[in-house]
Design a protein around this ligand. Sequence first.
Ligand SMILES: Cc1cc2nc3c(=O)[nH]c(=O)nc-3n(C[C@H](O)[C@H](O)[C@H](O)COP(=O)(O)OP(=O)(O)OC[C@H]3O[C@@H](n4cnc5c(N)ncnc54)[C@H](O)[C@@H]3O)c2cc1C
Length: 569
Amino acid sequence: MSASISRVSRRWLASRPAHIRTMATKGPGSPRPAPTSSSYSTQPPNSKILTFARYSPWSKSFPGTWRTRALLQSAFYAVGIVLATNYVDSVWFPPETGYASPREIKVAIEKLKQAFPEEGRVSTDPVILTEHGSSENSYHPASPHAVVVQALSTEDVVKIVKIASECRMPMVVYSGATSLEGHYSGVSPGSICIDMSGMNNILEIHEADSDLICQAGIQWEDINQTLKDKGIPLFFPLDPGPGATIGGMIGTGCSGTNAVRYGTAKAEWFLNLTVVLPNGEVIKTRRRARKSSAGFDTTKLFIGAEGTLGIVTEATLRLAPLLPTKVAMAQFKNVEQAVNAVQDILNSPYGPHIQCVELLDDKMMEAINVAGVTTKPLPVCDTLFFKLQGDEPAIKLTAKTVQTIVKKHGSDRFEFASTDQEAEDLWQNRKYALTSTMGAHPGSRCWTTDVCVPVSKLPELVYETKKDLAAAGLRSTIVGHVGDGNFHALILFENDGELPKVNDAVHRLVHRALDLDGTCTGEHGVGIGKKQYLAEELGEGTVELMRSIKKAVDPMNLLNPGKLYPDKN
Ligand SMILES: Cc1cc2nc3c(=O)[nH]c(=O)nc-3n(C[C@H](O)[C@H](O)[C@H](O)COP(=O)(O)OP(=O)(O)OC[C@H]3O[C@@H](n4cnc5c(N)ncnc54)[C@H](O)[C@@H]3O)c2cc1C
């Protein structure tokens, strides 16, 4: 051993500067040359340490006693054990989320497969996981789920929720999948997607009470078609995107073209909800009575909650009588004229006969003509489409009033569709607005945004937004539920490189709406895309109240985490 030390030392010394050689051979007591700046930089460390550092304590050449070796080996083992434990801990028990580790996710999936052994009820197919965690209508970050489970009853949902909470797995409810702000994207490291689309039955229809009870996964169009097929002259008037379901409509606090006359999901259309809470408890928010003063309105707690407080499995819906409907159209030189006319019409004695007022800007009218999906082309200018409701005399009088008022506000073209076919043809322009925007710009993609302002502020919002989009070099069409001050810009782009430009334009649009005392979303909801604006719009106090409610109902933050509530700085 000593021979090998001296060999090593000699080799090392041979390569060192003279003063080090002197010190090493004559001992530490020998006089030391005065340091120069360069000699400081080459000053060797303790030669013994250097010699130790050169060999592993497991090496036969290690220059130390067996005690030193054993000590160093134990130290290495100890450090190794600490690092390995930390690694395993961070993978199995991710510290920042507190959610299931990959091993626990596998356990949860096994438990789900045992609870739902039927073919196709539990899927881990990567295509299905991705489809259920992302949307072609949203450009917000999205991740796939770890597993998708089809629920068919309230009991199924309870089973899933219990397994999820045992395994600390986030849950995301998925229904019609038409929401636009990344509402149902997956949660890292792995979420259970509860697919409600199979819960699509009407359970009871009470024609005499004008209500029905249905499962939450049914589409609003299917409800209305069923009522029509059964010859029941009632309908459910909330009309968001095609394919939207009752659960998703409650989740987003939706509305649609009919909001002028029938209001939004915040109104009286949901009499009672059956909800599975994050702890697996099933509650009903009310009974079937048309109204109730029994405490505060817990139904509303779940409207617009975006699946973060509970999973709605059944709902009692109020229905409205089906009324004869006709369609009219008026064209204007600018949006200001159009909006002023709408306010006058809605405030007239015939206002209650207006079911919808929709604004399509000149670019949208151009796109409709180019796409060619409607029966006849119309002049390219800012246009209002109306649906008028009532018996024949009421519709005639309403149409006359509308014609007089739009003329007063500068409209140079008014059309009234007196037959059902004419009405259908005219309304096609509104119905195919989105498809026409895409059809007129083949190969483009479309980012649909939604803001809402007090109606009188709408012309300013539309004018400034069009100017801003043009300055940014972006093409866009505009469609608005103008009776409510709600408007959507459909911004077109070709590739991912343009996304930041579109994103910035949307950001400026939202701030423009907030500056006009409006909201970042009139009907599409918050999801991931709008949560950054909530504190600015509502104030920190309101956002904190929302967070407190969430914490009280879902202390483990398992239901749709990462959506709706703004991230804390
Ligand atoms: C072409 C088009 C036009 C549109 N027009 C309109 C419009 O005019 N007005 C309008 O308001 N919206 C419109 N939308 C947006 C969309 O249709 C609505 O947001 C709709 O309410 C979403 O319903 P959904 O069933 O698709 O919900 P999903 O997209 O499946 O889910 C939406 C949210 O609700 C939650 N959720 C779903 N089911 C439940 C449940 N059972 N319990 C608790 N939470 C649940 C989800 O977790 C998610 O957070 C449009 C969309 C498109 C694509």
